[in-house]
Structures are given as structure tokens and as C-alpha cells.
Design a protein around this ligand. Structure first.
Ligand code: CA
Ligand code: CA
Length: 148
């Protein structure tokens, strides 16, 4: 299956909406990236994708990547330096656990939706939304090449 076909149109819209809603609460910029398989350690690879998507170029260094590879079911949440500076090391753990629990039930869109909501809530104190906020990174899912 191509990564772009993993989610239905309705699911894609749900996920993009979850991101815009979260970004109405925080200046943090959330992205979701989906690809077929992850060739290496999932956190290392998520860091590679993070760079590739130029997610480190946000003004406050507060980008957050939700990374999912569908064939090997690897998942990671990665935040940029601005977030890591002001949050504990286990900041993403609870969100990750919640998302993975839904993934295990086959609820992928719901899992991401829930995780994105939680990320918005978690970030709002550290990076509150400002009236002049701009959407620095697309809210649509991005996809890796299909390596099947
Ligand atoms: Ca923004
Ligand atoms: Ca955005």
C-alpha cells in the first residue's frame, strides 16, 4: 500500500483539522509524516525527516513531528530544540502511549487525532498562541516515497 493511501480522505481531513485546532491553542507547529517502512532506529529516522521537511526552521524552534511507518508500525513523536529546552525529557511519553494504545486497536486516524490534541494542550503553556500567529508548516500529512 502506498503511504498516501493509508488514510481515507475523511481521515486525512480529520487529522489536518486536529492540527489546525491544536495550532489555534499554541504557536507550536505540528506535522504528520507517513511512509512505508523505517530503515533505521525510529527516532534517528524521525530526526532525519524533521530536517528534510525543514521543520527546524520555525521561529521559536517549536515544531513537532508525528512520524509513522505503516509496514513495520514504527511511531515516534519528535519536538524541536525550543520545546526540549523547556520540557522534561519524558514530555512526549504519555502522548506516545495514548497514541500507540489506539494504534494497537487499529485506530490510526483516531490515535493521531488524539495525540495531536494532547500535544496542543501540552504545548499551550510553554508556547501560547499569539494573535499574529502564522501557519509556518503545512497542516496536511506528508508522505515518504513508497518503497514497499
Ligand atoms: Ca503557527
Ligand atoms: Ca501548521
Amino acid at each position: 500500500m502506498k503511504p498516501a493511501d493509508f488514510f481515507s480522505l475523511v481521515d486525512k481531513e480529520r487529522i489536518a483539522n486536529a492540527i489546525s485546532n491544536a495550532e489555534n491553542r499554541t504557536s507550536g507547529e505540528i506535522r504528520v509524516h507517513v511512509e512505508s517502512s523505517c530503515p533505521e532506529n525510529v527516532l534517528d529516522h524521525a530526526a532525519f525527516i524533521f530536517e528534510k521537511l525543514k521543520m527546524h526552521e520555525t521561529r521559536l524552534r517549536n515544531g513537532v513531528l508525528f512520524y509513522l511507518s505503516i509496514n513495520d508500525r514504527k511511531f515516534a513523536i519528535l519536538g524541536d530544540a525550543g520545546i526540549n529546552e523547556v520540557t522534561p525529557e519524558d514530555f512526549w511519553d504519555q502522548i506516545k502511549e495514548t497514541v500507540l494504545a489506539l494504534f494497537r486497536e487499529g485506530k490510526y486516524a483516531e490515535g493521531l487525532e488524539r495525540g495531536i490534541f494532547m500535544a496542543g494542550e501540552a504545548l499551550r503553556d510553554h508556547f501560547p498562541y499569539k494573535k499574529d500567529d502564522i501557519d509556518e508548516l503545512s497542516n496536511d500529512i506528508s508522505y515518504g516515497k513508497n518503497r514497499s
